[in-house]
Design a protein around this ligand. Structure first.
Ligand SMILES: [Zn+2]
Ligand SMILES: [Zn+2]
Length: 681
């Protein structure tokens, strides 16, 4: 038993998986050191002789030590935005900081880490010793600004390309005329690995940092990606954990194909596989909008009207936000069954369902500043049930219900079969509804002489004999010889939105907001609690979604002009869809992007913070054009760098791609982008 758990531990990537630095850096010149802080040992090196002998200009990688010296000299005030300055590696800021200190303070501060302020050149091996001393103090409260800055450098600053999903990385880059440097550690909150990289050419942020991401990703077995976002964790196969699976325990990147229990799924976010008691536990971390889409595939696959699909998308999203911690004790947010919401992460999403998710992107149903309790069920049977947690969920007639064969059900079962399944003795042969709700739903039952609550009885029948047997508590029961015959109406608990009635409303021309206010009266749709909602404006080529059409309309004409220029530049085409969020908070909640200067683009869908600069719009539209015109998977530096190079933006990745364009020509690099030619590097 002990042996097995050790194997699992090894397979799940918690142990020091060997990483061969040599092979990772093959073809480059420089040196690198990977140190295990827990084992206090160097676990891999690349050119360790050079690491000990080549003397480097450390440049910006010393900024954290300058900040630490400043704090230890007692000069630091909270109001100073040091973490941000460190994240962006602001020269101006650190020059001012150094100027405010006595040289003796700086010397003493540097000496604490074994550094010489007067002669700051050093070898990579010496830098390792200094960073070891620094990271060893990461728990010290007063040095917090230093470590925050190092974390922020990776989350949005100059070391951004060192980031990986699931594990937080902290680090600092440095670029001088003769070298590119990076030092960093992970996990940021509990440092285990310390990595130092020196490259003879290139830049710290554009060259060394992506190597760091590759190495950390290997250590923690995840895929590196800059497109990470706010996410919900979902346990897959919650009811039936698979006994066989196409994956070993470990961590996998977004897009991993899962084959288990005779079904095939796609994990739209990072996936963790664990093995417990001979069954696989699969948890995927998915962006909210992907979760909503999966729920529509599970819960509204049979819908035929777009307005009712949209109503369901908002109900499912609001439910997800409101009830997020349902399974927190088990270590995830939601299971993938109707216990929470039936979520199906299919290999191919249906366009009409995805459209309903996108048309309502980020919209929730609000009640008095709080996301509403948006319960839903299949069919009300004519009467809605109350729920104690919300005044808008009251017991009343469902005005849109219609009697139809679909809303009726029958179940015939032998007395003995039922008694045996429920493990009950037959005190009598009676089965009787002893009390009912106003709606007509059974409340109390007499089951063969045993008193029972109807709701609990229905759950027990569902679990033992199948969920299709007793779809609701709204039934009459009669005995016919040795059998019981249940004649029922409605499907589900009857609380909130009845799906069959929503479809009927949509069929008669009602909108999704009319459907939602019929079943959740007093609530309103909004992106924020103040009730802003999307309206769309269109030009020939562009659809623009905004909460302030009057203000953002002007942007549309401008965007259309820019689009033509960009298409001329690339000879590629796309009709973009642009969404402008009403606040930075709303933008951040949906996209997970903390840096409000940037937008987020997936395919032709562009998401922007409020009041976007025209340069941001241009940048994201070029992403949309490029992302919609390739089948190849490109590394992040190329995706970002190509946009920046084509727009002459000054950046590390941009400079790198610009050099490639200069060498091989734009046509060649665009052909590589499209996937029709292989990479020349
Ligand atoms: Zn659940
Ligand atoms: Zn970009």
């Amino acid at each position: 038993m002990r042996k097995l758990s050790l194997l699992v531990l090894l397979a799940s990537g918690l142990s020091a998986a060997p990483v061969e630095l040599k092979s990772i850096f093959s073809g480059r010149s420089g040196a690198a050191l990977l140190f295990d802080l827990k084992e206090n040992t160097l676990i891999s090196t690349w050119n360790d002789r050079r690491a000990k002998t080549t003397v480097l200009q450390p440049g910006s990688v010393l900024k954290p030590f300058t900040l630490a010296a400043y704090i230890e000299a007692g000069l630091y005030k909270k109001s100073l935005k040091a973490p941000e300055a460190l994240a962006y590696s602001s020269n101006e800021y650190f020059e001012k900081l150094a100027a405010r200190m006595e040289p003796a303070d700086l010397e003493r501060g540097y000496a604490r880490f074994g550094l010489n302020y007067r002669a700051p050149t050093l070898t990579l091996a010496a830098l390792l010793e200094a960073t070891k001393r620094l990271v060893a103090r990461h728990h010290e409260e007063r040095l917090r600004p230093v470590f925050e800055g190092l974390e922020e450098a990776v989350s949005y600053g100059t070391a951004r390309l060192a980031g990986i999903p699931l594990t937080r990385v902290a680090g600092k880059t440095g670029t001088t005329s003769s070298s590119a440097l990076f030092f960093g550690y992970a996990p940021a909150d509990k440092p285990r690995y310390l990595l130092l990289i020196h490259l003879d050419s290139g830049s710290g942020g554009g060259d060394a940092a992506p190597f760091a991401a590759k190495i950390f990703a290997k250590l923690f077995k995840t895929a590196s990606s800059e497109f990470d976002s706010q996410s919900i964790s979902v346990r897959l196969f919650w009811q039936n954990p698979p006994a066989s699976l196409n994956l070993k325990p470990g961590k996998y990147p977004a897009g991993t194909r899962i084959e288990a229990n005779t079904s095939q799924l796609n994990a739209p976010g990072p996936l963790t596989v664990e093995l417990k008691n001979n069954a696989y536990l699969l948890t995927t971390q998915v962006p909210l909008e992907n979760y909503v889409s999966a729920v529509l595939h599970g819960e509204a696959g049979g819908f035929v009207h777009q307005e009712s699909r949209k109503a369901m998308a908002i109900a499912a999203r609001t439910y997800a936000v409101r009830f997020r911690s349902r399974h927190s004790e088990e270590g995830f947010d939601f299971c993938d069954t109707t216990h929470c919401q039936d979520a199906r992460f299919l290999l191919n999403e249906r366009k009409e369902l995805r459209d309903a998710v996108e048309a309502t992107s980020a919209e929730l149903l609000w009640h008095q500043g709080k996301p509403a309790a948006t319960y839903y069920h299949a069919d009300s049977g004519g009467w809605l049930e109350a729920a104690s947690d919300a005044p808008y969920l009251s017991q009343r007639k469902d005005n849109w219900w219609q009697d139809s064969p679909e809303s009726r059900w029958t179940w015939t079962v032998k007395l003995t079969e039922l008694a045996q399944a429920l493990n009950l003795t037959l005190i009598t042969r009676n089965f009787r509804v002893s009390s009912r709700e106003v709606s007509g739903r059974a409340r109390g039952l007499d089951v063969f002489g045993h008193p029972a609550e109807a709701a609990a009885f229905r759950m027990l029948v569902g679990r033992t004999l199948g969920w299709d047997k007793m779809p609701s508590r709204m039934f009459e029961v009669t005995r016919s010889g040795q059998q019981l015959v249940f004649l029922g109406k409605g499907k589900g608990h009857g609380i909130g939105l009845p799906q069959s009635s929503a479809e009927r409303m949509a069929a008669s021309g009602k909108t999704h907001s009319e459907i939602l206010s019929e079943y959740f009266p007093g609530t309103k749709i909004g992106i924020t609690a103040s009730g802003l909602s999307w309206s769309s404006v269109r030009s020939t080529r562009i659809s623009l979604f905004t909460t302030n059409a009057a203000k953002d309309k002007a942007l549309l004409a401008l965007a259309e002009k820019e689009l033509l220029v960009l298409e001329g530049l690339t000879r590629l085409k796309v009709d973009p869809s642009i969404r402008i969020y009403p606040s930075r908070e709303a933008f951040r909640d949906v996209t997970g992007i903390l840096d409000p200067v940037h937008g987020a683009t997936r395919g032709r869908q562009i998401q922007l913070p409020p009041n976007p600069a025209i340069a941001t719009l241009r940048h994201e539209m070029l992403h949309a054009i490029l992302e919609s015109n390739t089948n190849a998977t490109h590394p992040d530096w190329f995706r970002e760098g190509l946009v920046q190079a084509l727009l002459n933006e000054k950046s590390v990745a941009g400079t790198r791609v610009a050099a490639l364009i200069q060498r091989d020509g734009k046509a060649k690099i665009l052909a590589v982008w499209a996937g029709s030619e292989s990479m020349p590097w």
